[in-house]
Design a protein around this ligand. Structure first.
Ligand code: HEM
Length: 427
């Protein structure tokens, strides 16, 4: 069966051409799946997941989407051929994106591709973002983080999200493209104009602004690719790998530009949120910053635990291509399946005392679930970790008296990329 459905939170439609099945049809041969309201999910996702996880492997939102709650199931289904990534072109149409640069971005992005197209689009990126290649950027990232702090250090107080967490990821990405420092601000502005297109839709969102950002970034990346192809300046590694893929006939120029724009956007809201959350969680607990400044091991542990405790991406939307049975409950084919990492990473079957933020916990695994699993696992994990570690250590070294000057950062949303508010700090 195929269905057409929109889901306000995951905001990815299922592929399809028929009307949705009424959700009472769900789990026809198994236990009925409990239904929860999106309002309750928004209000207190951790509380709601805690309440249901032990009783039911899956809950259903009133619009029909099925939220999978347990760590083992989430991980297994990310690698299961019965779940499929959402189709980018359909997603763009369902979201009302007009033909043009934003539509093309969503329709041909590696994130929203499957099968052969996905493999082709991902291959050149995997080379550039391999852990070993990224490690060589540590000094570059440290200098970028310290440079940003130099710009506001004398103020004695700031909204850390605006001053540091938001500008750092686009700054690093613009440097990976070999862009001049003078472009950094406009580059960052364009990134945050378009990035909401990859996050759950919000009422009253500004489509023109997203289209504008997509156009600016696509043109910018195409210009960088053209410069690199002309051979006038030695191309940055990322561009070199993309030019090789174009030369080999693996990607068209337009496809290559879209993948680079996807990287830039994939790197922005996620890392921004994680940077703010980790500082906020540590500051709230009265962390002694002098412990962190030059201790990469401790910084690494804090980063991993903050990503578990409040992940920047709350769930991965997929589409069920066949019926899936979980502990006696059946999700039929043709449904939006939201694989909830937010719930999975607080599953007591996986993590001891999961609702406590414990930097020295021993139950983290090498492949952190915050970055997904399976063929779509985050390409930028190494870079994200590097930015999070170096960003944290730079703040601790340069602003050792840093403390909260307002409430801890507010993280909202339970699915897709989550939203963060301000983080007022002083030092
Ligand atoms: C803390 C920061 C980050 C988090 C939590 C994060 C999380 C994720 C997750 C969960 C996915 C998989 C989505 C799915 O399966 O549907 C993903 C995919 C992706 N991420 Fe990240 N990400 C982060 C940073 C980055 C950075 C820095 C980059 C780029 C340099 C990046 C680029 C991508 C790309 C291109 C994909 C699509 C991969 C594919 O579909 O094959 N991400 N990310």
């Amino acid at each position: 069966m195929t269905t057409t459905r929109t889901a306000p939170q995951d905001d990815h439609p299922t592929t399809a051409d028929q009307q949705p099945a009424p959700f009472l049809e769900l789990s026809p041969s198994g236990e009925p799946i409990p239904v929860v309201s999106s309002l309750d999910l928004e209000r207190d996702p951790h509380g709601l997941f805690r309440q249901w996880r032990s009783k039911s492997p899956v809950i259903q939102r009133e619009d029909g989407a099925c939220l999978v709650l347990r760590a083992d199931d989430v991980e297994r289904l990310l690698n299961d051929p019965r779940t499929q990534q959402i189709d980018g072109a359909l997603y763009a149409r369902m979201r009302g994106v007009p033909p043009g640069p934003l539509f093309d971005l969503l329709a041909t992005s590696v994130l929203l591709s499957e099968g052969e197209a996905h493999r082709r689009r991902r291959a050149p990126l995997s080379r550039t973002f391999a852990f070993r290649a990224i490690e060589s950027l540590r000094d570059t990232v440290r200098t970028a983080a310290e440079g940003l702090i130099d710009g506001f250090e004398a103020d004695g107080a700031a909204d850390l999200v605006q001053a540091f967490c938001a500008p750092l990821p686009p700054l690093v990405m613009s440097q990976l493209l070999g862009a001049p420092a003078s472009d950094a601000q406009e580059f960052a502005r364009a990134v945050y104009k378009v990035s909401p297109a990859f996050a759950p839709a919000l009422p009253g969102e500004d489509m023109d602004r997203m289209v504008d950002g997509a156009r600016w970034l696509t043109d910018y990346v195409k210009a960088r690719l053209a410069d690199a192809a002309s051979g006038q300046t030695p191309p940055a590694a990322l561009l070199e790998d993309m030019l090789a893929a174009i030369g080999a006939g693996d990607l068209t120029e337009a496809e290559a530009a879209v993948q680079i724009v996807t990287l830039i956007i994939g790197a922005s809201d996620t890392t921004r949120g994680a940077l703010a959350v980790q500082v906020s969680l540590l500051a709230e607990r009265g962390a002694d910053w002098s412990d962190y400044g030059d201790n990469p091991e401790l910084a690494r542990a804090a980063v991993a635990e903050a990503l578990r405790f409040e992940p920047p991406v709350g769930s991965f939307p997929r589409f069920s291509t066949e019926a899936i049975t979980l502990d006696g409950m059946v999700i039929p084919a043709g449904y939006l399946v939201s694989l909830s990492t937010l719930s999975a990473m607080r599953d007591p079957a996986r993590f001891q005392d999961p609702d406590t933020f414990l930097i020295n916990r021993q139950d983290h695994v090498r492949w952190h679930m915050a970055f997904g699993a399976g063929v779509h696992r985050c390409i930028g994990e190494a870079l994200a970790r590097l930015e999070l570690e170096e960003g944290l250590m730079a703040l601790c070294r340069k602003l050792p008296g840093l403390r909260l000057a307002g409430p801890p950062v507010k993280v909202e949303g339970y699915a897709g990329i989550r939203r963060i508010g301000q983080l007022q700090v002083t030092w």
